[in-house]
Ligand binder design. Structure first.
Ligand code: HEC
Length: 129
């Protein structure tokens, strides 16, 4: 009886540790690259209005990562490690804290997956990767 109990007990531990390592695997997001994942979207969807010569009233330029980090009228749009409070993420979602949802003047807003890429890249430290 005692040994049956140990077998069940050990089986339970093995099962539980297996389950947690599985869980870790599924919540860990793959690394998002600025140059391969984020910048191609910026180039196509944002740069037409946010270039150095755009005369955009927001004063935000997105030609390079350092332009983007500097930000525009409302200050730094990126808070590294905190995608949710970063203006850059808030502005590409519905009901931004000021002005309109980006990109402006189109019904084709960014997809949920694209918004998630921006957010994850910032959550992972907004690196020049
Ligand atoms: C059709 C032109 C246009 C496009 C395309 C566009 N923007 Fe904008 N953007 C503006 C204008 C005009 C403003 C100022 C008004 C406002 O904030 O709604 C602005 C403001 C912003 C601001 C606020 C900056 C500040 O400090 O005030 C952010 C952040 C921003 N845009 C990000 C983006 C991103 C990211 C994209 C691409 C996904 C994008 N924009 C595409 C025209 C555009």
């Amino acid at each position: 009886m005692k040994s049956l109990f140990s077998v069940v007990f050990i089986a339970a531990i093995v099962f539980a540790s297996g389950a947690t390592s599985q869980e870790k695997k599924s919540t860990k997001k793959p690394t998002v690259s600025f140059s391969n994942d984020v910048f191609p979207i910026i180039k196509k969807r944002c740069l037409p209005c946010h270039a150095a010569d755009s005369e955009n009233p927001s004063e935000l330029i997105v030609e390079t990562l350092s332009d983007l980090v500097k930000g525009g009228k409302h200050g730094k749009p990126i808070i590294p490690k905190n995608g949710d409070v970063s203006i850059l993420v808030q502005k590409i979602k519905p009901n931004p804290p000021f002005g309109e949802q980006m990109p402006l003047m189109t019904k084709k807003k960014l997809t949920d997956e694209e918004v998630e890429l921006f957010k994850t890249w910032i959550d992972q430290g907004a690196k020049k990767n």
